[in-house]
Design a protein around this ligand. Structure first.
Ligand code: G3P
Length: 234
């Protein structure tokens, strides 16, 4: 919100939270794209494995397919955990397509690698973030996105969404322009709460996106409209 503010001529403020889909499944990405609301894709090694994609060459080919399918940012995660390995891998990933965002874990060498990628003008997504302190480090290193994992914090009976609120407050106060990408989103309520807490992006499974459509009164109302229309036509 902080840096996506735009001011139209009548001085109204506009802001649109971006929707990313959190999957490596091409059919699900295509389905979300057809809704016309898809701004990007996030993947991780677990999601790639879930699709049965193994081996560097196949994984890179799969990233290319995803990048060809969507215009927005596509996060592709490094497997290396040492600085030199991450730099080598990140450069290779960045070569796949212009919309690749190199996803780097929040570890010491990861922060160092993000700083170097920032100097190289390679966009990054700092992943596995579970505290505001980690988010500060990611922003200081120049990460394009920071990914706080909401659902996994809820899983240990803490309040995941509070982390979005905290990071939003810190980033706003300090003027960091790293975008807050709410990750590990599990349901529609998470999406709405992330929007209220100031997330710049939510990344979620297709089911969570589709759950936003659902309301029993919508179904009942539509049924009544169609019944009344049919009656009047008799
Ligand atoms: O974007 C991170 C996300 O994939 C983690 O989600 O549901 O595995 O905690 P989850």
């Amino acid at each position: 919100m902080r840096w996506a503010l735009t001011f139209s001529n009548d001085l109204t403020t506009q802001y649109f939270m971006k929707f990313f889909i959190d999957t490596a499944n091409l059919a699900q990405i295509a389905e979300a794209k057809e809704l016309g609301i898809l701004d990007g894709v996030t993947t991780n090694p677990s999601l790639m494995a879930k699709e049965g994609i193994t081996g560097k060459s196949n994984i890179y080919k799969h990233y290319k397919k995803i990048c060809d399918l969507v215009e927005g940012d596509v996060s592709a995660e490094v497997i290396s955990t040492d600085y030199n390995g991450m730099i080598k891998e990140g450069k290779e990933l960045a070569m796949i397509a212009e919309n690749i965002i190199v996803k780097v874990p929040m570890i010491k060498d990861g922060v160092k690698a993000i700083s170097s990628f920032t100097e190289m003008e390679i966009s990054t997504n700092c992943t596995l973030v579970f505290s505001a302190g980690q988010a500060i480090l990611a922003a200081k290193a120049g990460a394009t996105y920071v990914s706080p994992f909401i659902g996994r914090i809820d899983d240990i009976n803490w309040t995941g969404m509070q982390l979005i609120t905290d990071i939003f407050e810190v980033y706003s106060m300090q003027g960091f322009d790293t975008e807050i990408l709410a990750a590990s989103i599990r349901n529609g309520l998470h999406i709405v709460d992330a929007a209220k807490a100031g997330a710049d992006v939510v990344t979620c499974p297709l089911d969570a996106i589709l759950s936003l459509l659902k309301h029993p009164l919508t179904d009942l109302g539509l049924q009544k409209f169609l019944e009344d229309h049919a009656k009047a036509a008799k």
